[in-house]
Structures are given as structure tokens and as C-alpha cells.
Ligand binder design. Structure first.
Ligand SMILES: Nc1ncnc2c1ncn2[C@@H]1O[C@H](COP(=O)(O)OP(=O)(O)O)[C@@H](O)[C@H]1O
Ligand SMILES: [Mg+2]
Length: 474
């Protein structure tokens, strides 16, 4: 249904969007804070490792080394000590001078004098290390192998007693914390997806609950709009929709009461008109008989009698329609019913065929059901006659059982009913016949509804079928 989509969209916007936006913000902040903390912690650890390793080596032996001096004993001593620390901590060390040229490196293959371009980028921090003997760390950077690295720097003093600083020791390690961050990220994603699923499900559920009641209201409004005021509006909900339902139910009751009053009044008038009509018909009959055989005034009186006949039909049809007593249900054998109707509705021109229905019985008010089927049969005969069909094979009555319903069908050959007209056929006073009352089908529809059933029409290919469907009570 159309409005479900829009309510769902609104609920999604109201529920899911803020939830996800807030969670995303939270996740982002949590992730960033963790990353900053872990990064800072790594920096501090590398600084500490560099500071403690730098006490193991003496600057005065390494500073004078020139490229190719890898066999120097002081150099080998220093590298051995650094290797030992490196083996324990998993950090690799490198020593360099103010020009960022190597004086030692625990990675094999890095010769004395190799320029450290990477360290040069940390010039600002390193100047403080050289000048003040402070410790520092680099920003996290991407190494040649694509991994993230960080370096801690500490000054290398000339010796234990000589505080002069010509060299700096770098301690470099991969930013291991990224695997922990990835863990955190995965977990945040999982939580986010869970939250999304739960809030979308909640939106769907809420939409379902709201629209279920709204759909009921729409169905009730459509029923009331089509003039069916019998069924109460039922909405078992205590929210705004429930209040709307109660209001609609009050409206239905008031409309039904007003309908009943109007109908009562009209029935009263019709009843009052019927007696004088009967009198007028009687006296025009007498008047006609009193006029001489060849008198032209007889024609006038005949015309009056015909009009009176029409008025009587309107009044009687209307009283049938407006004053339907509550149906008194009994089992009505369909064979007998259809045979009786066929006899009553047949005319000189058209014979009505009846299909045998094998002892099927409808549960209905006998008199009302006969009148309803008779109305349908008369219409069928009129339609067949108007289209020039005569004798057998123009009108057929049948009944059959389908599921828990009895279908009484009245079929006729004749000009089919245009689709636009089909919808209006059952309105009171809708007629296309010059002397029609337009109450026959309206009456049939009311009888069907009084029995909890319905009336259907199908018209195509020069054939028309009206089907009266009545439920079989369990
Ligand atoms: N079997 C039918 N074939 C074609 N038109 C029909 C048939 N039955 C009913 N109708 C149409 O429905 C209209 C309303 O029928 P009804 O309510 O019985 O009033 P009335 O018979 O007084 O016109 C008819 O005027 C006619 O146009
Ligand atoms: Mg009719």
C-alpha cells in the first residue's frame, strides 16, 4: 500500500538515521582516541628503549668513524651491544651524526656513512636532541616495505663522564598497534551493523503496527463511502489512530441513524401515497368502463391508468427496498426457487431455462431471496427482449456451490453493459429504461448484504451474468 512506503521512510529517517549518525560519530571518536593513545604510547616506549640503549654505547668511539671502517673494534662492540637489545625488544637501532649520516646500524648491509633521509624529515625534533640532550619521537610513517613505523630518538653521549653529544641513536619499530586498531574497527563495524539491523527491524515493525490499523480505517472509510453502514469500525489501539477509529465509528452510527430516519420518513410518505393511488386506479377503471366504447376520452383515461401503474410500481419497489424486515433464515431448495422464478419472470416472448442444481439449498430468507432473484430474472428478460432474443436460450438460471458459498447466477444474451455503467447499476434510482424505477438492483444488493453475501456482475461478448453469492453458515 502506498502510505506504508512513506511511513516506513519517515520512521527510517527518524529512527535509523540519527542512531547510525550518532554511532558513527561515537565509533569515529573511539577509534581516533584509541589510535592517538596507542601511537603516543608506542612513541614513549621507543624513546625509553632508545634512551636505555644509548647508555650502552660511547659516542667518542663511533663519531670519528669513516666509511669502510666496519672492522673497527669500537664499532663492532657497539653493534654487538645494540644487537643484544634489538634481539630482546624487536626494535632495530641506528646511530647517526648531525648530517644524518650513519655511524652504525643493527640492520645488516647498511654501511657507515649511509645517509638517513627519513631521519632528516624529523629535523626539528632531532635538533632538540642534539642541542639539549632531550629524547623525542618521529611521527608514524610508511616505510619502504609499506608498513607503518615509528622511531624514538635519544642522544649518545661521548662517554659516561663526557656529556658531549655528536651522535643520536634511533630506535625504530613497526607500529604493531595497528592490528589492535583493526580489531577495534572490526568490532565497531559489527556493532554498527547490528545496530542498523535492529533499528531497521524496529522501523519495519512500527510501520507494520501503525499501517495495520490505518489499513483497517481505510477499509472502513471505503465501506462507509460506498454507503455500507452496517459493519462497525473496529480499531483496537489506544493511540491517535485508535481515537480516529472511535471518531469514525461515532460518525458511522450517526450516519446510520440519519439514514434510518430518512428511510423511515420516505417509507411513511410512500405508504401514504399508496392508498390514494389504489383509489385512483380503482376509480379510473370505473370511469373508463362508464365511457362509451368509441369515446376518444377512453384513450386519455388509459394513459392515466398506465401512469398510475408506473407510480404504483415505484412506490411498491421503494417500500420493498426501504422496509426490508430482518431476514429469517431457512434452507431454501434452489431447484424449486429457480423454477418458481422462471415461471414468474417468463414473458410471451422469452422462455427461461433452468439448470438442475442437484438438491443444493441456500441458507436465506425465502421471500427476500425469491424477490431478489426475480428482480435479476426480470432484468435479464428485459435485456434479452430489447436485444431481440426470443424463445429458449436467451435467459438461463443456475445455482452451484463453491467453497462455503452458494452462487445463484442469472445469465442472459443481449447487449452487454458498458464498464462505466457497471459501477452505477446498484445505485438506487439508476435506470436506463424509460419506465424503470432503478430500484431492482439496489434492492438485490441490500438483500445480499443483509445475508452477509454480495452481488457480482460480468458482461462481455453479448452476454451478461449477475451472480448472487450467499455464504453457507458453518
Ligand atoms: N441483464 C441486464 N443486461 C443489461 N443491463 C441490465 C441488466 N440488468 C440490469 N441492467 C441495467 O441496470 C439498470 C438498473 O436495473 P434495475 O436496478 O433493476 O432498475 P430498472 O430495472 O428499474 O431499470 C437497468 O436500467 C439496466 O440498464
Ligand atoms: Mg429491474
Amino acid at each position: 500500500m502506498r502510505f506504508r512506503a512513506t511511513i516506513l521512510v519517515k520512521l527510517l529517517v527518524a529512527l535509523v538515521v540519527p542512531t547510525i549518525a550518532l554511532f558513527t560519530l561515537f565509533a569515529f571518536v573511539a577509534y581516533e582516541v584509541s589510535r592517538r593513545d596507542l601511537d603516543q604510547e608506542l612513541g614513549l616506549r621507543l624513546q625509553a628503549i632508545a634512551a636505555s640503549a644509548s647508555t650502552q654505547i660511547r659516542g667518542k668511539y663511533l663519531a670519528p668513524l669513516v666509511p669502510g671502517a666496519e672492522t673497527d673494534r669500537g664499532y663492532q662492540n657497539a653493534i654487538k651491544k645494540l644487537d643484544a637489545v634489538s634481539a630482546v625488544t624487536g626494535v632495530h637501532f641506528f646511530v647517526f651524526d648531525r648530517q644524518y649520516n650513519s655511524r652504525g646500524d643493527t640492520r645488516s648491509g647498511v654501511a657507515i656513512g649511509t645517509h638517513y633521509f627519513r631521519a632528516e624529515l624529523d629535523r626539528a625534533e632531532l635538533e632538540r636532541v642534539f642541542a639539549l640532550g632531550a629524547i623525542a619521537s618521529s611521527v608514524t610513517f610508511i616505510g619502504n616495505d609499506g608498513e607503518l613505523y615509528k622511531t624514538g630518538y635519544a642522544p649518545v653521549h661521548a662517554s659516561e663522564t663526557e656529556p658531549q653529544i655528536d651522535l643520536v641513536l634511533g630506535a625504530q619499530a613497526p607500529a604493531f598497534y595497528f592490528s589492535r586498531l583493526a580489531d577495534l574497527r572490526d568490532r565497531l563495524f559489527a556493532w554498527g551493523a547490528g545496530l542498523l539491523a535492529v533499528s531497521v527491524a524496529a522501523a519495519f515493525l512500527a510501520t507494520l503496527l501503525i499501517t495495520r490499523n490505518i489499513r483497517r480505517l481505510v477499509a472502513a472509510a471505503e465501506r462507509i463511502g460506498s454507503g455500507d453502514l452496517r459493519e462497525p469500525v473496529r480499531v483496537a489501539s489506544h493511540d491517535e489512530v485508535g481515537v480516529l477509529g472511535q471518531t469514525m465509528e461515532r460518525m458511522r452510527q450517526q450516519l446510520a441513524e440519519r439514514d434510518a430516519r430518512t428511510q423511515q420518513m420516505l417509507a411513511g410518505i410512500a405508504h401514504e401515497v399508496r392508498n390514494p393511488l389504489a383509489g385512483m386506479t380503482l376509480f379510473t377503471g370505473i370511469l373508463r368502463d362508464e365511457l362509451p366504447e368509441r369515446d376518444e376520452r377512453r384513450d386519455h383515461v388509459d394513459k392515466i391508468r398506465r401512469e398510475l401503474g408506473y407510480l404504483e410500481r415505484v412506490v411498491n419497489d421503494f417500500l420493498d427496498y426501504a422496509r426490508r424486515p430482518k431476514p429469517e433464515l431457512c434452507d431454501v431448495p434452489c431447484d424449486a426457487l429457480l423454477a418458481e422464478v422462471a415461471q414468474l419472470a417468463a414473458t410471451d416472448g422469452v422462455t427461461i431455462d433452468v439448470e438442475p442444481c442437484g438438491g443444493l439449498a441456500a441458507r436465506a430468507d425465502r421471500v427476500q431471496l425469491r424477490r431478489a432473484v426475480l428482480n435479476l430474472a426480470k432484468n435479464a428478460v428485459q435485456a434479452a427482449t430489447a436485444a431481440g432474443h426470443r424463445g429458449h436460450g436467451a435467459v438461463r438460471l443456475s445455482a452451484r456451490r463453491r467453497h462455503a458459498e452458494v452462487e445463484l447466477a442469472v445469465w442472459n444474451r443481449g447487449k452487454e453493459i458498458p464498464a462505466a455503467t457497471c459501477e452505477r447499476l446498484f445505485e438506487p434510482f439508476f435506470t436506463t429504461r424509460e419506465k424503470g424505477t432503478g430500484l431492482g438492483l439496489a434492492f438485490v444488493r441490500e438483500i445480499a448484504a443483509d445475508h452477509g453475501g454480495r452481488i457480482e456482475v460480468a458482461s462481455a461478448g453479448g452476454e451478461t451474468t449477475f451472480t448472487l453469492v450467499l455464504p453457507i453458515p458453518a
